[in-house]
Design a protein around this ligand. Structure first.
Ligand code: AQP
Length: 330
């Protein structure tokens, strides 16, 4: 591999939102032109929260079809399902032996999700960031394009790479993040203090990549804006700021131009145009998705090829790691 390696992934833990799209997937196809890209469908991560088996299976195909509908090309990039490459679990175990409980218990995502399932808090939710570190380090990744919400997990991956390298000698590349500023974090349409999340219980808090036009219009209409009816881009009006960020990301217009266009108006016309822009941007993706999702044989062929490409790379790293920690190899 001569090109720098980029790794990212999405969990099939729910239907994908425009947060997943703007924070991650939208950029996948551009990256594949300049980098060696590896894109996972992170099904192992999904079971850290309860899943219905048949839904998880269906969504795994759905995420793969959405990747490709967003122009991720399986000939240029490696697209694979995480559970098809067991080295992720093997490396995760080794890395957990150099992970500190204190550091893991400070992870914001763990604390947030733990609040939601206080009674039967599972251990996998706690070790999730170690598995994510394994995902990254297994492929000697240079860059990880993720949303702002994953920054802390990426920091852990960097710490673990440095710790392992200094304990056992140089083994892993230390990865950097590739977070895009405006779309780094898209917030809930109902509560702009929390991120837009596919597993949210309130379906009005997110827009799905596969939502139909009427649903998108309705959700945008109901999106929380701020009581101060002055149209501006400011931290004091987080609801509106979030909508402007979404508008900016889909239209590619600058925030300044958007503000100029709607200044002095009520929120109505802005919301109407925003819904229109989202609908138009998602339409070609939805059309291509509908075509792909019905071709299960093709999707499975892509999964199999991706798994074999990913396994080859993962195996090289895991053999090295096992040798360094002292496991006998036969
Ligand atoms: N709201 C968001 N804004 C920007 N980026 C986001 N991402 C997720 N939500 C936003 C980015 O999408 C990629 C895939 O995320 P994931 O599926 O691995 O898990 P997540 O970050 O936990 O996403 P969700 O939607 O909130 O899933 P659930 O509800 O299952 O936990 C990542 O690059 C992420 O940064």
């Amino acid at each position: 591999m001569n090109k720098k390696v980029v790794l990212s992934g999405v969990q099939p833990s729910g239907s994908l939102t425009i947060g997943n799209y703007l924070g991650a997937i939208q950029n996948f196809s551009k990256l594949q032109e300049d980098y060696e890209c590896i894109y996972a469908i992170a099904d192992l991560h999904s079971i850290t929260v309860p899943q219905v088996a048949k839904d998880l299976r269906r969504r795994t195909y759905e995420v793969l079809a959405l990747y490709m509908a967003c122009n991720v090309d399986p000939e240029k990039s490696t697209i694979f399902v995480q559970s098809h490459v067991p080295e992720h679990l093997e490396l995760s175990w080794v890395l957990s032996s150099i992970s500190y409980m204190g550091q893991l218990s400070r992870m914001t995502q763990f604390k947030d999700k733990a609040k939601k399932s206080e009674e039967n808090l599972n251990a996998a939710l706690f070790t999730y960031p170690v598995l994510m570190a394994a995902d990254i380090l297994l492929y000697q990744t240079d860059f990880v394009p993720v949303g702002e919400d994953q920054r802390q997990h990426l920091e852990l991956a960097r710490d673990l790479a440095i710790r392992f390298n200094s304990k056992y000698s140089e083994t892993f590349k230390v990865p950097d993040n590739l977070i895009r500023k405006e779309t780094g974090k898209i917030y809930s349409l109902k509560d702009p203090s929390v991120k837009m999340s596919k597993s949210s219980e309130d379906e009005n808090s997110y827009i799905l990549m596969l939502d139909d036009p009427k649903t998108i219009e309705r959700k945008i209409k109901r999106a929380v804006t701020d009581s101060d009816a002055h149209f501006c881009y400011s931290d004091d009006q987080p609801g509106l700021k979030n909508l402007i960020n979404i508008y900016q990301a889909f239209s590619n217009e600058s925030v300044e131009d958007i503000v100029k266009q709607y200044e002095g108006e009520s929120y109505g016309p802005f919301k109407k145009d925003l819904a229109e822009i989202i609908i138009e941007s998602l339409k070609p993706i939805q059309d291509e998705y509908s075509r792909l999702i019905n071709d299960k044989a093709f999707l499975e062929e892509v999964m199999a090829k991706g798994a074999s490409k990913a396994s080859y790379l993962a195996n090289k790293t895991i053999r090295k790691v096992y040798r360094k920690v002292g496991f006998v190899q036969i």
